[in-house]
Ligand binder design. Sequence first.
Ligand code: ATP
Ligand code: MG
Length: 665
Amino acid sequence: MFLEKTGEQQLRGLLQGAFDAVYVLTAIRDASGAIVDFRYTDLNAHAARRMRRPREEILGRTVTELTPRQEVQTFIDGCGEAILKNQPWEEETAVTLSDGSKIWVRRHAVAVGETVALTSRDVTAEKESAEALRRSHEDLERRVVDRTQQLTSQILQRQRAEDRFTRLFESGLLGISISDTTGKTFEINDAFARMLGFTRDELLSGEIDGLALSPPEYAQESLANRETLKTKGVVMPREREFFRKDGSRAPVLMGVAMLGSTEVLVCASDLTESKRAKVELAKVEEQLRQSQKMEAVGSLAGGVAHDFNNLLSIILSYGAMIESSLAEGDPLRGDVQEILEAGHRAADLTRQLLAFSRKQILKPRVVALNGLVGGVEKMLRRLIGENIEFTVLATHDLGLVKVDPGQVEQVLMNLAINSRDAMPNGGKLTIETNKVMLGAEYATEHPEVTPGLHAMIAVSDTGVGMDAATRARVFEPFFTTKGPGKGTGLGLSTVFGIVKQSGGHIWVYSEPGAGTTFKVYFPCVDGFPTEAEPAGLTTATRGTETILLVEDEERVRTLAVKVLKRHGYHVLEAQSGGDALLICEQHGARIDLLLTDVVMPRMTGRQLADRLRGLRPEMKVLYMSGYTDNSIVHHGVLDSGINFLEKPLTVDSLTRKVRDVLDRK
Ligand SMILES: Nc1ncnc2c1ncn2[C@@H]1O[C@H](COP(=O)(O)OP(=O)(O)OP(=O)(O)O)[C@@H](O)[C@H]1O
Ligand SMILES: [Mg+2]
């Protein structure tokens, strides 16, 4: 008993002194025996304090009397479970005290029969520090994650940048090198190496002196660039050159930038192609300008030649008439002969001008070009003299071309004479023939060329050659470097005109001191060689037939009338096509020949002839002209079956040709 008493007292003492709130509760059962509530049978001071009530007020009351049921249901259930299962029950939960403050408690219930001893420890501090720890843990964790993500993305970014750089580096778009500030290269791509004509390995070997690749005139600039690089960190792209491995120069656009403080990045883009294209364009432009100039000079020359031929017709014909009227031994005879000779020389010049302006009338035939070259070889040999070694290298099968053989001979002669003049102390003259295919690519570079097979004649000499300025002007009429009286400057312009009019092309290749080559190309044609027409001019000059003469130039007309009448003809005179039609209507008798100028205002000679054909089918037609006109000539080629008398007229040419046409069947 004493012991019991003592035990109980001790227990109470312990209870009161306990740090936790301790309650002793007795179960309350309902009618069915289910535990529905508990009654406080004892509690320590700590517990009373927790409940903010005096101990006495609590003892004997039920739990739900003092606390709303919804707040204590788990607790009632837990304690009930401790009784029923006879096992300790435990929970940790937040409770709201009567003053509204919240604390965390850990409850522990042990049952003895219907009595439960419940300890409730305030674990708020513990809980909070755990919470703080957890939070700081979480925070740390989050920070670690964030940092990791940051680092990963930085790494990825760098990797991506590196990938991009690598792709740029290997793309070949730009020459890229990385070196240190002393100029030692440790990275260089193939594109850069290629620009310089080296391999990467060669450039990275350290055996190539970078300075030696920079032409001396860039030394100053390189120094300045180094300064700029130091202060600004970049040198803006600039055009410059490097020496290639083979010593040639590589033009590049180059920029430099510092990578950090120790690495220097150089980017260079190859300008060779664009420079080449520019040069090519300039060349084509120059060609175009040249051909436009030639065209302009040509039409000028053609116009002049037309007028000259009329004037020369008068000079030559009247001169000849005066000459023939003078007695043998007349002192004036010599003077007249001088006039006539000068007139003939002027006629030659005019013919050359016409040739240049491509207004000359060609009589083209299908011929083998080799035969032509062979034909003039002997004459050329005589022309160039002894001290020049002359070789003809002819390709066996050169093919057929359609040209005026006389004109091509003229071309070869002019070229050979120029070569002779370029080699006053002797040398070599070579004429080479070859069959070449001028392809589409060639044609884009030389816009006037129609692609296809061409027969080529190259005339080469080992003479003084030409500089670019001379080369650019050789085909211009009256351009000569020969002294006064030595050259007229019409040789090559004639050549040019003939070649162009024949559908061909001519190029000159020459350097001062290195000789000259002229290459002439004629398009090849199919078919068979055609024979030359027999010259057929009679020596007879007189007749009594009736001729209708149509010429708008009064002086030329008067002249022709005079010449024809003197040679026995009956002449009807008209100054225009309209005039001629009228005369035809009025003239009852037969008219044997229509002799008409070609180029006349309003109605051309051709149109006139066509209109008269119906009226007078028996009448023959002879055209005369100083130059070609599309009505009887197409592209400089006389329509077949056409009788044509070239101006300037001379007494001889006029009377013979008239007789010739009248006598034709
Ligand atoms: N084979 C050549 N070598 C060096 N220069 C040449 C050669 N052929 C032509 N030339 C230059 O071209 C110029 C013009 O030549 P072109 O034949 O048109 O006239 P030319 O020979 O001076 O006079 P012409 O032919 O009327 O007697 C010449 O004066 C000369 O300067
Ligand atoms: Mg010449």
